[in-house]
Design a protein around this ligand. Structure first.
Ligand code: FEO
Length: 164
């Protein structure tokens, strides 16, 4: 049985992952509006991946005989300026998520909840990948997005992300 502190922290992260999913869907809409189909697809895949992260928390809480509590999801960002701004925001967002996961890990450690501790290892590793991927796209956009052909190339590359 989960203790209350750990359960609350897990539910909070479940909510944060759903917010991530919502935020990336909003970014996808921004790209769709501009016919940047590749970036829009990349964001939709990312949004689905975040939903899967949320479901990992959902399943774990139930498996650990806890109670899932679904709360209000914060409104996503509705206006963006440029593709570079969007991916810079993505990078910042992922860095914040890493901090949240670390805090959650600290709660599990303090409460001596070893099972939750181990469950969170996957997320800690995942965040390294999430940050690195976003930063790589930011760097490419800085290199190439000044020209329309550069933006076209990056859009095409990001559109190759495998669907989930
Ligand atoms: Fe669920 Fe992008 O971290």
């Amino acid at each position: 049985m989960l203790n209350k502190k750990v359960q609350d922290a897990l539910n909070q992260q479940l909510n944060a992952e759903l917010y991530s999913s919502y935020e990336y869907l909003s970014m996808s809409a921004f790209f769709d509006e501009q016919n940047l189909d590749g970036m829009a697809k990349w964001m939709k895949v990312q949004s689905r991946e975040e939903y899967e992260h949320a479901m990992k928390f959902y399943d774990y809480i139930l498996q650990a005989n806890g109670k899932v509590e679904l709360n209000t999801i914060k409104e996503p960002t509705k206006s963006f300026k440029t593709p570079l701004d969007v991916f810079e925001e993505t990078y910042q967002h992922e860095k914040n998520v890493t901090k949240m996961i670390y805090k959650l890990f600290d709660v599990a450690l303090a409460e001596k909840d070893h099972a939750t501790n181990i469950f969170l290892h996957w997320f800690i590793t995942e965040q390294v990948e999430e940050e690195a991927t976003a930063l790589k796209i930011v760097d490419k956009l800085k290199m190439l997005a000044d020209t329309k052909s550069g933006l076209y190339l990056i859009d095409r590359e990001l559109g190759q992300r495998a669907s989930r």
